[in-house]
Ligand binder design. Structure first.
Ligand SMILES: Nc1ncnc2c1ncn2[C@@H]1O[C@H](COP(=O)(O)OP(=O)(O)OP(=O)(O)O)[C@@H](O)[C@H]1O
Ligand SMILES: [Mg+2]
Length: 374
């Protein structure tokens, strides 16, 4: 019976591709927790592509969580996206070794994790622009009725033309009732919304939360809550209010600071209700910073060497964002992967998460509203 099922299943009708015959594997570019990624030449077209081959057992384990729900495969989902800030997937299929694979445009550039760590000229100049580009990608996702579930710098790249690209759709689920049920704590701990950690019902607002954590980190190089060893410890942290980013960066445009802090609200109903709504203040801040920039360029008295002011512009007279101790501008310091460790196990109660963030100096006050379910 099982044999017959397999024989007539959708998967058995997909032709198998011998990766080594079809592609010249030029070099490994990434080792995700779920896959291997190569820079490769497609012999069919002669083009350079990114070839992502999913780890068979880990993918089966992930898919088993959605058994009966008919969760589309990563490749099936990825080929549907057509957006300037989402990596293009040309093709997907199954290898002769029975692994899923995706063929994507190859992004020449950097991981956003690197830019967060480096806080270099590119990041200081373009931070708000990148935040908006990421927000636009998530907004597109949401309007197409998906939830990303794993927004974090590790899953975002910036190409050499300074365009941001969302790259990893391994945990994407449809935004339908069956996929919003409580229980499944997949994601990256430090970016996970409280309701996800507490195994409550989810919504697209979990992406708004992760986006806000990512923006906080892009601007300040810090997570709103210090990384913790276990998900229970993360739960404790999210019950305390995060440090207001405006305190860390007094020159940050208050509209941007308020937008991020609202995205980090404990309760989904207190957050931005849509990604589109959150994008508005960010876009306004971007526009006003550019108007100030034009004005200051027009005035001969303005400092000629002043850098374009973006997210950190309260006014044309604001000093540029202060450099913090530990900021890197030249060396390619790699960000510790521990802050972004993904929780893959269904029962991730005791999943170890290494802490690469300093402990807070003083205890923070508890959030006003009591925790419901911890
Ligand atoms: N289209 C691409 N162009 C260039 N490099 C890419 C591309 N896609 C992925 N990479 C590289 O491969 C790495 C892993 O890719 P990806 O995040 O999709 O894999 P993953 O196994 O799902 O990751 P994880 O589960 O650890 O988040 C990326 O961090 C990046 O360095
Ligand atoms: Mg990834």
């Amino acid at each position: 019976m099982n044999f017959l099922k397999r024989l007539f299943s959708k998967q058995s009708r997909i032709p198998r591709v011998n990766i080594k015959q079809r592609f010249e594997l030029i070099g490994r570019v990434g080792q995700g927790s779920m896959s291997k990624v190569w820079r490769a030449r497609d012999y069919n077209t002669g083009k350079i592509v990114a070839l992502k081959v999913l780890h068979k057992e880990k993918t089966e384990e992930l898919e088993a969580r959605f058994v009966g729900l008919n969760k589309p495969k990563e490749g099936e989902i990825a080929v549907q996206f057509h957006h300037p800030h989402i990596v293009k997937t040309f093709e997907h299929g199954i290898t002769t070794d029975n692994e899923q694979f995706l063929v994507m445009e190859f992004i020449e550039g950097y991981s956003l994790s690197y830019l967060v760590e480096a806080q270099n000229e590119d990041m200081r100049t373009n931070c708000l622009k990148y935040m908006i580009q990421l927000g636009e990608a998530i907004n597109y996702f949401h309007q197409e009725n998906w939830i990303h579930r794993d927004i974090c710098p590790r899953n975002i790249m910036v190409d050499n033309a300074h365009q941001l690209k969302l790259i990893d759709f391994g945990l994407v689920v449809p935004n339908t009732a069956a996929f919003l049920q409580p229980g499944n704590r997949t994601g990256t701990a430090a970016y996970m919304a409280p309701e996800l950690i507490k195994r409550q019902k989810t919504s697209q607002k979990i992406d708004i939360f992760s986006f806000s954590v990512t923006c906080y980190e892009m601007l300040s190089k810090r997570l709103p809550w210090e990384a913790a060893e276990t998900l229970d410890a993360v739960l404790q942290h999210i019950n305390t209010p995060p440090e207001n980013i405006q305190n860390l960066l007094p020159d940050l445009n208050p509209q941007v600071a308020e937008a991020i802090m609202k995205g980090l609200e404990l309760y989904p109903q207190d957050r931005w209700q849509t990604m589109k709504a959150m994008l508005e203040p960010l876009k306004q801040a971007y526009q006003s910073s550019h108007e100030h920039l034009k004005e200051s360029k027009a005035k001969p008295s303005a400092t000629p060497s002043a850098k374009p002011q973006t997210a950190t512009s309260k006014s044309t007279t604001s000093p540029p964002r202060k450099k913090k101790a530990g900021d890197q501008t030249t060396s390619q310091t790699k960000r510790s992967p521990h802050a972004e460790k993904r929780i893959k196990k269904n029962d991730a109660q005791d999943a170890p998460l290494k802490n690469d963030r300093p402990s807070p100096k003083k205890p923070k006050p508890k959030r006003k509203k009591p925790d419901e379910n911890s």
